[in-house]
Design a protein around this ligand. Structure first.
Ligand SMILES: CN(C)C(=N)NCCC[C@H](N)C(=O)O
Length: 258
């Protein structure tokens, strides 16, 4: 299966990115660029091709490209970000996915949805509700994904920016989360609390390998004990902006051949 990921390099205004649930601290732009290059190199080392979405340099948060779209099978649902200053970010993502041969749909106004609120695993799509994503957007997504056989489930979210700030899924479907920011862990059949907030953020690289932040060493050890191979990258400058490993890419597994 072709493993392709959309990425978008950090722009010159990155340090002005939005912070909501944490205090602002200075972002080192040079270090952020090196960390982004390290992230992309880690994807390449693990057999992923990357496609760069055109820059949106007026938008400080544009590097968090995950928030601009939800891709399911051959359908790309272009998001409508909940923060107005992020709304212009979606146009170039839409162009990139059109060029790659995806069918396109859009979350329509007045509803809003951020891709970071959407967690997919094995036919179920959980959507965080309470922050940037509206109930109407969940209904829109449900209607768009139903023909593809996906089950869309709204999940309460009050303590953190996005659903994937609180939880992500391991290759076997176990959902990992950092309890202090998880509103209702009973939503998931198999739930594993992790000892560090960044430990709740994994990107699936293949059936036995995950990408995560170097700032979660105890969770790394926990996952390795479960038999997973962990690739760790330094994400400090993005974590200062409430970002994490998932936000910097949109993983396209089995992309259509355009
Ligand atoms: C899973 N996460 C956290 C994301 N997909 N996106 C993070 C966006 C952070 C940005 N400063 C903002 O506030 O929008």
């Amino acid at each position: 299966m072709r493993k392709l990921a959309l990425v978008r390099r950090p722009g010159p205004r990155l340090a002005d990115g939005i912070v909501t649930h944490i205090d602002r601290s200075p972002v080192d732009l040079d270090l952020a660029l090196r960390q982004w290059e390290g992230y992309v190199a880690a994807l390449h080392d693990e057999g992923w091709e990357t496609v760069e979405v055109d820059p949106a340099d007026d938008c400080p948060d544009a590097v968090f490209v995950e928030d601009t779209v939800v891709v399911y099978d051959d359908l790309a649902v272009v998001a409508r970000p909940g923060a107005d200053e992020r709304k212009p970010e979606t146009a170039a993502t839409e162009d990139a996915l059109r060029r790659l041969g995806y069918r396109l749909a859009r979350i329509e106004a007045p509803d809003t949805l951020d891709g970071g609120d959407v967690l997919k695993h094995d036919g179920t799509v959980w959507v965080g509700l309470g922050g940037r994503t509206t109930p109407g957007a969940v209904e829109q997504l449900r209607a768009l994904l139903a023909p593809l056989g996906a089950r869309v489930v709204g999940v309460p979210l009050a303590k953190v920016l996005h659903l994937k700030s609180a939880v992500t899924a391991l290759p076997d479907g176990t959902v990992v989360g950092w309890d202090p920011v998880v509103d209702d862990a009973s939503v998931w059949e198999s739930y594993l609390p992790v000892p560090e907030e960044p430990g709740a953020h994994v990107v699936l690289l293949d059936e036995s390998t995950v990408l995560m932040s170097t700032s979660a060493p105890r969770t790394r050890a926990l996952l390795e004990e479960r038999g997973l191979r962990v690739v760790a990258v330094d994400m400090s400058e993005y974590e200062k902006l409430e970002g994490c490993v998932t936000c910097l890419s949109v993983r396209l597994r089995g992309a259509p051949t355009a």
